[in-house]
Design a protein around this ligand. Structure first.
Ligand SMILES: [Cu+2]
Length: 722
């Protein structure tokens, strides 16, 4: 959705003067507005990249593999000399404290290492309480005019009172004030093929087991008890927790875990909780060959090792093994900060477009009331790049091949990554090292793909090899971002859209070649088992899905204020919606989260889901439970996709769980739905996901019956009581 600066004539004029600040605007791009700390005042490349260590297993309860809580703590995200930042993230409760204290709580979280076909059981704990056991407020402003968890049980728009609804404006003017009660969470392992009870359904949230939960609050969401009673591990679900299970039967892949609570995912994720979940092994996970062998295939070798259990990989102790690490997960996120170090995220709609409301949709009229939510912003772009929890870090690398598992963990920002010898790219784009992409969301590609530019939408992952061998000691290589500081619509950087600000969000991190590290890993060129050159690497092949039994015709829509036609200054986006489309007429039906389920595959069915994007922006669409094949794209009305081809792009030829749906195009994916139950599909721009761009879907039971949870979601059955 595009920011519209001319709102009401009077207001817009004032806003413009404030923005201009009385001095001339430079012609070059500028840092985005954010908090009170200017990103230009944050020194770059001042601190080393943190390598996420391995999440320690549960020691106090051996009936689960991990006991992982979300807690609040302070962490030095900005360089030394600037204040620390209060964040939330995950850690093992048996290993309390932050990394600085020898504990396991870190933003981003430690990596969960999973083995193919060995199930993982995690007790996920809502630990958002203080030392007295009282609940903590949210770090950010919660908009309770959205369709959201509603634990305070405000009366809903539909005239009844329940969790997971859009509260009625008749609740009074305080509806426009941020919610300050206990914070619900529920964790989703993104890309995991797991059961409905363990998927982190947005209405299966739970509050912390705090001592001061206000009377009358619901402590769990609509589906929590349903899943607790249907899960074989339900007996282990204690107040403030849920125990989820992951079968790990899918292909080896780079997955990640993060919060998924209805209507506040953007805020919960922005506050910090997210980590990698790496699934290794199986026939699709470790059969690499080196195709230069002439007589028979010989074993191929990927760069390694990755951090191992219990290892210090950040140079904190004398036993640190950092210098040998060659496989590193890298989570890239945009954030903004205040001068006291706190995270900045807009607490009012005026940040987006100067629109001041008020929000009273039932009384809307020309006098200035509106149906525009008072706090929610349609998108948010931070002005500071944070990589593995540090702003603009630097990584020393050996003259060797590295494996990076890249994740775009941003709320709204699309990244287009490249490398250069020059931080602000003043000499134009001239990549210093190329990316060899070997895997995407769902596992390995059929073959390595060499790329100068690598596009990553929010939530997408790329498993890449980068070769620093042969580069002189001291060589500096900058990882740059050529994506826009605004919603992405496809096309070429600098031609079809302005580049990110070269001085801030156009830079991500820096690599510095340190010859002294060369040879510290066995996969280095002079090591015991050197890694296979990317061009010679043969990757494990997968079995393709067969013929589909059905095509689902789906739509992506933008909702403008209901008063846009009558009152032009109300031409403002108020939500994004999924829905269906009639393929014969091309006419969409936009549907909200609460509307009845429209996608109901049979269990085991293979279906094509085609998504018609009627908005002006690209949306990363994520389908839970499955890893799908990208079938291709088609411009509505004909022509070539803005992606450059109507065929799947080379890096989309493996399996994926998130696909970019470009504006004005139909994007087709094919998936097999192996697990019965209630799941979701949604846009992974978190601001969209939180405001209606998410829909439930239902996979039938093996006997053809409808899972009970789907009836609960549709309102045909009352939720189970805890
Ligand atoms: Cu979207």
């Amino acid at each position: 959705m595009r920011k519209k600066l001319s709102i009401r004539a009077g207001l817009a004029a004032t806003g413009f003067l404030l923005l201009a600040g009385g001095h001339p605007q430079p012609a070059l791009a500028e840092p985005l507005p954010g908090g009170t700390l200017s990103p230009s005042d944050i020194p770059k490349y001042a601190a080393p990249l943190i390598i996420p260590p391995v999440m320690p297993s549960s020691t106090s309860d051996r009936s689960v593999d991990y006991q992982i809580a979300v807690r609040e703590f302070r962490q030095q995200i900005l360089p030394a000399g600037l204040p620390a930042t209060t964040v939330w993230s995950y850690g093992s409760v048996d290993h309390p404290g932050t990394v600085a204290d020898g504990g396991s709580f870190n933003y981003p979280a430690f990596t969960i290492e999973a083995k193919w076909s060995v199930p993982t059981r995690v007790r996920w704990i809502n630990g958002l309480v203080d030392e007295s056991g009282n609940y903590l407020d949210h770090l950010l402003a919660v908009d309770r005019t959205l369709h959201w968890a509603n634990p305070e049980l405000l009366p809903c728009m539909d005239g009844t009172t329940h969790t997971d609804c859009r509260p009625d404006e008749a609740n009074g003017p305080f509806l426009q004030v941020p919610y300050d009660g206990p914070v619900p969470i529920v964790t989703h392992v993104h890309g995991a093929e797991t059961f409905q009870d363990s998927d982190g359904y947005p209405e299966a949230w739970y509050l912390p087991n705090a001592t001061n939960i206000p009377a009358g609050y619901a402590t769990t969401g609509t589906l929590y008890s349903e899943f607790k009673f249907s899960s074989p591990l339900g007996g282990k679900w204690e107040p403030g927790t849920a125990v989820f299970r992951y079968p790990n039967h899918q292909r080896a892949a780079t997955l990640w875990y993060h919060d998924h609570t209805l209507g506040i995912t953007r805020l919960n994720v922005y506050a910090g909780p997210a980590g990698f979940y790496l699934l290794r092994g199986g026939t699709d996970g470790d059969r690499f060959t080196d195709n230069t062998a002439t007589r028979r295939a010989k074993d191929g070798m990927l760069p390694g090792p990755a951090p191992g259990p219990g290892e210090d990989v950040n140079g904190l102790t004398a036993g640190s093994v950092r210098e040998k690490i060659r496989e590193i997960p890298i989570a890239i996120q945009d954030r903004s900060f205040n001068s006291d170090g706190s995270l900045f995220y807009p607490g009012t709609r005026t940040f987006f477009d100067d629109f001041e409301g008020p929000f009273t949709p039932d009384q809307v009229d020309a006098l200035g009331t509106s149906d525009v939510s008072p706090i929610w912003n349609p998108e948010f772009f931070g002005n500071t790049m944070v990589v593995n929890g540090r702003s603009w870090p630097v990584l020393e690398v050996a003259q060797a091949l590295y494996r990076f598992r890249l994740l775009n963990g941003s709320n709204s920002r699309f990244l287009i990554l490249t490398t250069d010898d020059d931080a602000d790219n003043a000499d134009g784009v001239s990549p210093q090292v190329t990316f060899w992409q070997i895997g995407a969301d769902g596992g390995f590609l059929p073959a390595p793909v060499m790329l100068d530019n690598l596009i990553l939408a929010p939530a997408e992952r790329a498993d890449v090899l980068v070769d620093f061998s042969g580069l002189p000691d001291g060589t500096e290589i900058y990882l740059l971002n050529l994506g826009p500081d605004e919603p992405f619509g496809g096309g070429a950087p600098g031609t079809d859209f302005p580049l990110a600000d070269a001085g801030t969000t156009g830079q991500v991190m820096k690599f510095v070649v340190n010859a002294a590290l060369t040879g510290k890993s066995p996969t280095d060129p002079n090591g015991a088992t050197p890694a296979t050159a990317p061009g010679n690497l043969a990757l494990p092949q997968r079995v393709e899905l067969g013929q589909e039994s059905r095509t689902q015709f789906l739509s992506l829509n933008e909702e403008m204020s209901a008063f846009a036609e009558a009152i032009p200054e109300f031409d403002l986006p108020i939500a994004a919606l999924l829905g269906t489309v009639n393929p014969a007429t091309g006419i969409p039906t936009a549907l909200a989260w609460m509307d009845a389920i429209t996608e109901e595959p049979e269990v085991g069915a293979t279906e094509i889901w085609e998504m018609w994007n009627f908005t002006v922006d690209a949306h990363p669409i994520h389908i839970h439970q499955v890893q799908f094949e990208v079938v291709g794209r088609e411009v509505i009305g004909g022509g070539t996709s803005v992606a450059g081809s109507n065929e799947p792009l080379p890096w989309e030829t493996g399996t994926k769980d998130t696909v970019i749906a470009y504006p004005g195009e139909i994007t087709r994916v094919k998936a097999r739905f192996r697990l019965p139950g209630l799941f979701v599909w949604h846009c992974h721009i978190l601001e969209h996901e939180d405001n209606e761009m998410m829909r439930p879907y239902c996979v039938a039971n093996p006997d053809g019956s409808r899972p009970e949870a789907c009836d609960v979601a549709d309102g045909n059955l009352l939720p189970a009581m805890d």
